[in-house]
Design a binder for this molecule. Structure first.
Ligand SMILES: Nc1ncnc2c1ncn2[C@@H]1O[C@H](COP(=O)(O)OP(=O)(O)OP(=O)(O)O)[C@@H](O)[C@H]1O
Length: 208
């Protein structure tokens, strides 16, 4: 299938960035850029600061020095990014479809309709089940579906393969390939192989 450019030319630039918890810098003097159509893998040992960097890029932690800019994104088009963290933001007492519809309503129904997104991630048959009953890997798939129901150029993914089976790994690679082909960009903290060629790698420091 031929993919079309969906996103305008968006580029994330980090310059002289220091990130950490409280006042203590875990990583400093980071400069890198990721352009539309490109993906960057964050590698490094446990505790190196990958999640901290993603949270900082997402604006959920303050920068300790330097700056992050997302160039080429028009705020009129809505938020620029999704942050998909370790937790799956699954609401146990809502059905799978209700959970995803909730996220589409909160984040903007600018992507796939929820039932189509569930098809994409292999959860169509679980649509009416309480989301709390999903297995760990199914909950991860539901978290990935959240990326699909609201169209945003920048995906910040923290250990996206956690609990996914072999098919789930392949699914993630397909979703990423399609996102990049549409001009999206992705930064992915992972210890796993992602199964997609052409990704750049940034290896971060040492565990404390
Ligand atoms: N809220 C917090 N307050 C203080 N220190 C924290 C807090 N959260 C994390 N840390 C510390 O920050 C350091 C970096 O953690 P972070 O989760 O960014 O590492 P990581 O590279 O993502 O690790 P992993 O590969 O294990 O996921 C760790 O030493 C951790 O203990």
């Amino acid at each position: 299938m031929t993919q079309r450019q969906v996103f305008p030319q968006v580029c994330l630039k980090a310059e002289g960035l220091a990130v950490g918890r409280g006042d203590a810098a875990l990583l400093s003097d980071l400069s890198f850029s990721v352009a539309g159509g490109h993906g960057l893998l964050l590698r490094g040992p446990n505790g190196a600061g990958k999640s901290t960097l993603l949270l900082t890029l997402a604006g959920l932690l303050p920068t300790l020095a330097g700056a992050v800019a997302i160039e080429g994104h028009d705020p009129e088009d809505g938020p620029a990014l999704h942050h998909c963290g370790h937790r799956n933001a699954v609401r146990a007492r809502l059905s799978v479809l209700e959970t995803l519809s909730f996220w589409a309503a909160i984040n903007g129904p600018t992507g796939l309709p929820p039932h189509e997104a569930l098809e994409r991630v292999g959860l169509a048959r679980a649509a009416r089940l309480d989301a709390g009953y999903l297995s760990a890997g199914q909950q991860r798939r539901l978290a990935l579906a959240r990326l699909l129901v609201s169209s945003r150029p920048l995906w910040l993914l923290d250990e996206p393969t956690a609990a996914l089976d072999v098919d789930g790994h392949a699914l993630l690679a397909r979703l990423l390939a399609e996102h990049l082909a549409q001009g999206g960009l992705a930064i992915i903290a992972t210890h796993d192989e992602i199964g997609l060629d052409g990704l750049d790698t940034l290896t971060l420091g040492r565990a404390a």
